[in-house]
Design a binder for this molecule. Structure first.
Ligand code: KMH
Ligand code: ZN
Length: 308
C-alpha cells in the first residue's frame, strides 16, 4: 500500500449555487485564494470550475478559465485540473473548450445520467431567482455524455496531451469505458474518480464502492488504473475517504462536493475539508503526496507543457 495519498480539492463546482453556503468561492480571486489555501493544507490537485463573477452562475467562460489557470500557476505548484463536466445546460463543445489551455489533467465523464439537485430548492435559503430555476431545472436534466460526446472529448484530450481523469458515477459506466478502450479512444493506465452520492446515479454506501472497484479491477486489471473517491454530500465525502485510505486509493474532498466538515458544522473554506482529510489519512499511516509525487504517480506531463 502506498504510504502517500493524493488529495484532490474540488474548489467550487458546477452543480451548486452560492446561496447554499457563504464559503462557495465565486470570483476568480476567491477561487485562487481558496486553491492556494487548499494546496497549503495538503491538496496536490485542484479541480476547477468557473462562475460568472456577478452572479455566481456556473459558466464555461474561457477568459475566466484563462485568468484562473494563469493566476493559480503563479501561486501554487499543485496540478490544475479543469472540469470538462461544467454545469447544467452547457454543450459538450463548451465543456471541452477549456482543453485549448492544454492542462496536465482534465475530467472525463464516463456516461449519461440524471443529475438531480432540485431537493436543495426546498431548503429555506435566500435563493436568487436564477438559483431556484437552476436547481428546479434539474428535475428534467440529463447530464449528457453519450458515446459520441465521449469520443469527441477523448479526441480533444489526446490533441491537447491532457491526461483524463475518468469520473465514474455508476457501475454501468465502467462498461462504457471498456468499450471506449476497445475502440481505441482511451488507453490504460488511467485514473478513475469514483463519484458516488449524486441523485440519479449510484449511492455513496461502502457496498457500492466495493462493487465498482472490484468491477473495475476485473474489467481492466488492477495495475491498469489508479483510483480515488469523491463522496458527494456529508457524510459520504469522509466515509468514502476513509475507505480509500484503507483500500489504497486516493481522495477528493472540497466544497464542490460537500459543504460540511462535521455533521453540524459548515466548512468555512476548502482548506477545512482538506485539513480533515489529512488528519484522517494520518490515522491510516498515510500522508499527503506532494504535487511532484502526484505527477509521477499519475504520469502527468508537467507544467512546462501546459498552454497557460
Ligand atoms: N460535481 C461532481 C459531482 C466534472 O467536473 O467533470 C462532478 C464533477 C464532474 O466534478
Ligand atoms: Zn467538477
Amino acid at each position: 500500500m502506498d504510504d502517500k495519498v493524493i488529495i484532490t480539492c474540488a474548489l467550487t463546482g458546477g452543480m451548486t449555487v452560492p446561496a447554499q453556503s457563504p464559503a462557495i468561492p465565486v470570483t476568480v480571486d476567491q477561487i485562487v485564494r481558496e486553491g492556494v489555501r487548499a494546496a497549503e493544507a495538503g491538496a496536490s490537485i485542484l479541480h476547477l470550475h468557473v462562475r460568472e463573477e456577478a452572479t455566481g452562475k456556473p459558466v464555461a467562460d474561457l477568459d475566466l478559465f484563462d485568468r484562473l489557470l494563469t493566476e493559480l500557476k503563479k501561486e501554487t505548484d499543485a496540478v490544475l485540473q479543469p472540469t470538462t463536466g461544467g454545469g447544467r445546460g452547457m454543450t459538450i463543445e463548451e465543456r471541452g473548450s477549456v482543453l485549448k489551455f492544454r492542462p496536465e489533467m482534465g475530467t472525463f465523464n464516463a456516461g449519461s445520467f440524471n443529475f438531480g439537485i432540485f431537493p436543495v430548492a426546498a431548503r429555506d435559503l435566500p435563493f436568487a431567482d436564477w438559483e431556484r430555476e437552476y436547481l428546479e431545472g434539474t428535475r428534467d436534466y440529463i447530464f449528457k455524455n453519450t458515446f459520441a460526446d465521449m469520443e469527441y472529448m477523448a479526441a480533444l484530450m489526446k490533441e491537447s496531451n491532457t491526461r483524463p481523469e475518468i469520473e465514474v458515477y455508476d457501475v454501468g459506466q465502467l462498461f462504457n469505458l471498456k468499450q471506449l478502450i476497445k475502440d481505441g479512444h482511451l488507453e490504460a493506465p488511467f485514473n478513475i474518480q469514483f463519484v458516488l452520492g449524486v441523485l440519479g446515479a449510484n449511492g455513496g454506501e461502502p457496498d457500492q464502492l466495493i462493487h465498482m472497484l472490484r468491477t473495475a479491477e476485473r474489467l481492466f486489471g488492477q495495475d491498469s488504473f489508479t483510483w480515488s473517491t469523491a463522496g458527494v454530500g456529508y457524510p459520504n465525502e469522509f466515509n468514502l475517504a476513509a475507505m480509500s485510505l484503507m483500500l489504497g486509493g486516493n481522495i477528493r474532498v472540497g466544497i464542490e462536493d460537500n459543504l460540511r466538515v462535521r455533521r453540524t458544522e459548515v466548512a468555512k473554506s476548502n482548506a477545512d475539508l482538506v485539513g480533515k482529510a489529512v488528519e484522517l489519512a494520518a490515522l491510516f499511516d498515510r500522508s499527503p503526496a506532494s504535487p511532484a509525487e502526484a505527477r509521477t504517480r499519475l504520469g502527468l506531463k508537467g507544467t512546462e507543457h501546459v498552454g497557460f
